[in-house]
Design a protein around this ligand. Structure first.
Ligand SMILES: Cc1ncc(COP(=O)(O)O)c(C=O)c1O
Length: 232
């Protein structure tokens, strides 16, 4: 039985994102029978050429929307944005400078502390995260600098991104694709898909290919950015 949807309700919650009805209709059709083959896309092997093409197409579309060039690689990972909070220091190096602007920024900082030497470059915790700090104390020799572009709980957003000596990492979970980004400022951007891009379950990482050289070979295989980038 096919359900016809006559009226959809708008969900303005912070996640999951509401997608256009046509997107879900196409998904519904292809979940049952991918391109008329009689086999649903989720019933095909995730290593099959059919699925690989869907995956590659999604990467290419995201790259086009973000305006990425050959210097960048798009990774679709699992574990949520929360897992990137530890994967960043594990892959890029232990010394991280953090701007603490909300709960998620604080959680990233806590993960950075578990893995390495995390330093607070600035924090607005004292005023209950009511602003984005402008006085930023970056260390000259950090492996990376970490910011959260939009603070979901507090509604504060970086308007102008900082210029940092260390590669700038950005958790853009709650505003990715909501505005054009000057990519020249960034080295790696990550986002759980469920707020701005689609259903929960996939985490988007876009990173400069040059950073892949930093991944230690001693990391468990599936925790290495290089493993996820290898298929490109
Ligand atoms: C800015 C930000 N970062 C990280 C997260 C956590 O994302 P995930 O549930 O994908 O781990 C959220 C919200 O849930 C968020 O708003």
């Amino acid at each position: 039985m096919t359900t016809t949807i006559t009226k959809r309700k708008f969900n303005f919650g912070a996640g999951p994102a509401m997608l256009p009805t046509e997107v879900w209709e196409e998904a519904r059709e292809n979940l049952l029978s991918y391109r008329g083959t009689g086999i649903g896309i989720a019933e095909l092997s995730h290593r099959s050429p059919e699925y690989a093409a869907v995956h590659a197409d999604a990467e290419a579309r995201l790259a086009a929307l973000l305006g990425l060039d050959e210097d960048w690689v798009v990774l679709f990972m699992t574990g949520g944005a929360s897992s990137q909070a530890f994967l960043v220091p594990m892959n890029l190096g232990p010394r991280g400078d953090y701007v603490e602007t909300g709960v998620w920024a604080r959680k990233a900082l806590a993960e950075g502390r578990l893995i390495g030497d995390a330093h607070v470059a600035a924090s607005s915790a004292d005023t209950l995260f009511d602003h984005i700090p402008t006085d930023l104390d970056w260390r000259g020799d950090a492996d990376y600098a970490h910011i959260t572009s939009n603070n979901t709980v507090y509604g504060t957003q970086w308007k102008d991104f900082p210029v940092t000596a260390a590669p700038l990492i950005c958790d853009a979970s709650s505003d990715i694709l909501s505005r054009p980004l000057d990519l020249s400022r960034f080295a790696l951007i990550y986002a759980g898909a469920q707020k701005n891009l689609g259903p929960a379950g996939v985490t988007v990482v876009i990173m400069r290919k040059a950073l892949l050289e930093r991944t230690p070979q001693t990391l468990p295989t599936m925790l290495r950015y290089t493993t996820h980038a290898a298929k490109h």
